[in-house]
Design a protein. Sequence first.
Length: 133
Amino acid sequence: NVRKDSVPPGDYTVSATIQTLDGCESNVAIRPVRVRAGAPQPITLRPRPCGSLVFTAEGVGRDEKPIVGVIWYSLESEDKAIPETPLPLAGPLVLTAGKWTLSLRMGGCPGFSGSYDVPAGQRVTVPKIRLLC
């Protein structure tokens, strides 16, 4: 908790930052605040740490041979969604720590959906996902 009594009335932008993985978008919380004379202004900021997720996928036929095609992934948490993007990943995905649902699809194949806990400061590596076509 920080208490500052010498801020003159006016409009301000306040921020809180926590140290976490490079590329984390949730480690900074920013909020505009209007300070009025003689009135306390409680402010709550909730920056959140990140972890990372790595996965690969392939389409395979009933004969276990790879099928060539584009595999699309999307991710969703309780407060954020990452729209469909083609694989492969350029590198580990840096995500706000918490539970994420990964969805995969490839034309002509049944889709895949799985949930993964992404702990703060840690990398989760998912075993190769096989879409059976």
